[in-house]
Every structure is written in C-alpha cells, then in structure tokens.
Design a protein around this ligand. Structure first.
Ligand code: ZN
Length: 218
C-alpha cells in the first residue's frame, strides 16, 4: 500500500481526517494503519510521536518489513477497516522533538568541521547528544565546547533555513551553509525557531567524544 507521510512534508501539520486502511491485533494489542500518517515512528535517534485517533491514545511503530515505509499505530481500542477517523499528533512533543533533532544536525555539523567523525545521534529530550570518534590526540574540550557553542548560537541568530529534498531514494535534510545529511526525522523550518540552546556536557570516554546539548522550540 502507498501511505502518505504528512510528517515528512510538514512538521506543523498536527491533525488530519483520514481512513483506516488496515487493522489487526497481536499479543501486544490492537493496531491500525491510516491512509494519511502524521506520526513519526521512533528511529534515527528521534523518539516516536504521541497522539490520538478519535481521541484514543496511539503510538506509532514501523510495520513489518513486508510493508516497507508503512507506519502502524498501536491502540487500546479496536478500529475497523473503512472507519473515518480524526488523527492528531501531540503538538508540544512534536515541536520539542523537531527542535532537538534539528539542533542535533547543527551541533553535528560544527563538530565535524573540527575534524571529528560522526558515530551516532540521540535526540531524546533530557539526553540529547551526538557522539564522534575522539581521534588519537586528546582534544581540548573547553576550546571545542566554546567554538561549537558560539557557532551554533550564531547560526540560530542568523535564522538559517532548513530544507528537505529527495535524491534518488534518499530524503536529504540540509541546513543553509552548513551541511546535508540523509534523514527521516522532523525538523523546524529555520533555526530562528530554536531557543534556549546550550551545550550541557562535552566529554571523552573510551575513545568516544560525547557532545550533549539542550534546546527548546521557540
Ligand atoms: Zn534530521
């Protein structure tokens, strides 16, 4: 089936009237698939959205591999194929996740500019951090933190644009003048929508440079 993923088109599209196109149950409970999907499932270091279908709480998850690119919703109550429903994503969680994720790209870009290789990203609230190979030399962490914090702050003040485009099968996310990366997450439209940014920790452990940060949606 071809499911429309609204969350990839517009971070701020919070509700949609749509149809149940598949439904079932497993040992984990009931699930349903909607024609138009506004929920980001957990992946790429970003937590899953939360929200409702006809006011019943739901949680998105990726469908089995046989249904590539399909997002299902788990739910306490059952739905039937053909039901017309209103689906809504929690706007506060969506905004916060988009801010944390976008800021992660920026921090990642500026640390990479200093010559470190990216390992993994975590954009979860309260624990957001990007990890890099620390390299052979012991980096001057105070200097690194000051540089990355200053450049990120300047990029936010300059309100740099965040854009998405498709290259072949890949969805590319770019930040004006910084870098592009394949990414399936949700992002703000421009960096001026970020507020309260700071680095919360910069440390090296076991050859891994960990750069933790905080940010909110303006
Ligand atoms: Zn991203």
């Amino acid at each position: 089936m071809q499911q429309r993923h609204i969350y990839l088109e517009d971070t701020y599209h919070f509700t949609v009237l749509t149809k149940v196109v598949d439904a079932g149950s497993s040992e984990l409970g009931n699930w349903l698939t909607l024609q138009d999907n506004i929920f980001h499932p957990q992946g790429g270091g970003q937590p899953s959205d939360v929200g409702t279908v006809d006011e019943a709480p739901v949680r998105p998850f990726k469908a089995p591999a046989s249904e590539e690119h399909v997002v299902r919703l788990s739910c306490d109550r059952p739905f039937a194929v053909g039901d017309e429903v209103t689906s809504a994503v929690d706007p506060e969680a969506r905004r916060l996740h988009a801010a944390l994720h976008t800021c992660g790209h920026v921090v990642d870009g500026f640390v990479r500019e200093l010559g470190f290789r990216h390992r993994v990203s975590n954009h979860f609230p309260g624990q957001a951090r990007i990890e890099f190979d620390a390299g052979q030399d012991k980096p001057d962490l105070q200097q690194l933190a000051a540089t990355v914090e200053e450049r990120t702050q300047q990029a936010i003040e300059a309100d740099r644009k965040v854009y998405a485009c498709d290259r072949g099968d890949l969805r590319i996310i770019g930040i004006d003048g910084l870098h592009e990366d394949p990414c399936g997450g949700t992002h703000v439209g421009s960096l001026g929508q970020l507020t309260g940014f700071s680095l919360r920790s910069v440390k090296v452990k076991g050859g891994v440079l960990k750069v933790g940060y905080v940010v909110e949606h303006a």
